[in-house]
Ligand binder design. Sequence first.
Ligand SMILES: NC(=O)c1ccc[n+]([C@@H]2O[C@H](COP(=O)([O-])OP(=O)(O)OC[C@H]3O[C@@H](n4cnc5c(N)ncnc54)[C@H](OP(=O)(O)O)[C@@H]3O)[C@@H](O)[C@H]2O)c1
Length: 283
Amino acid sequence: MKTVLVTGASGQLGKCIQKLAEKEDTIDWLFMDSSEIDITSTSDLSMCFGNKQIDYCINCAAYTNVEKAESDKEKAFSINAEAVKNLAEICQKHKTVLIHISTDYVFDGTSTSHYKEDDKTNPINVYGASKLKGEQYIQNTIGYHFIFRTSWLYSEYGHNFYKTILNKAAENATLNITTAQKGTPTNANHLAELLVQIIKEENENYGLYHYSNAGETTWHGFAKEILRVSNKCNEVILNEDNSYKTIAERPEYSVLDKTKLKTNFEVEVASWQDAVLELYNNN
Ligand SMILES: NC(=O)c1ccc[n+]([C@@H]2O[C@H](COP(=O)([O-])OP(=O)(O)OC[C@H]3O[C@@H](n4cnc5c(N)ncnc54)[C@H](OP(=O)(O)O)[C@@H]3O)[C@@H](O)[C@H]2O)c1
């Protein structure tokens, strides 16, 4: 039986994996939240990896507050880069396959076509820079790794755009949402399914991949679709608003090319609209 450690297990993606794990009893799951394993602590990591042979580690732990990262650079780099280096080193030492999640924010958004894995990175905010450094540490440390860059994650868990829009709709609020960025929303449950599939198949096509749902939209388009599937279009006023200023700069365009993913894994990539509908119908 394979043993799989999931760090950052109480975050959004960690919870999606936990939900799937209930049906996957051929895997010995170790779900560890930040109070059980702080990935910045080498002693926490040594203790866990010293206890038993871990075959796979899915790292869902991350500093994900893009706005706060701008003034909290040291912490963002400590969790998204330095801790990831420690994790890569201990996985290498124990022959554990490391599965790590990164972001579309490693790009500057100046491209006009879908970003491929080997396109030039140039993060324009601290979060993106810290995540890119984490990727590089992994690539320089351990051969048996998977890094999945994903974008605009949402699910029934945690704080995310999908849940915010549904909550605002329940309050009959007026929503002013930007059309300034183009990207692809990704149902975190679908990403979780892919990660579990890789482990079950013992897939060895290690490397860097892009994964999101298919298609592209703006945050305004995403909000409109959430309201459409939840039949709330008539209860909410949805405006386009590009005057809203954020602390962290965001890439204007960050659609990820998934050709490499489809070549190396047998995976159906649902359209982002179908993925929203599926989440709504399942909850
Ligand atoms: N959310 C998105 O839109 C998005 C987009 C692209 C990529 N990603 C990437 O996808 C991955 C999963 O994101 P998510 O949405 O699931 O994030 P999330 O909900 O914010 O979860 C992150 C988890 O990491 C934990 N954590 C933070 N510092 C830690 C530490 N030092 N040691 C152990 N755990 C720690 C947090 O625990 P506490 O709450 O207890 O601190 C939290 O449970 C991340 O790598 C993220 O960078 C996310």
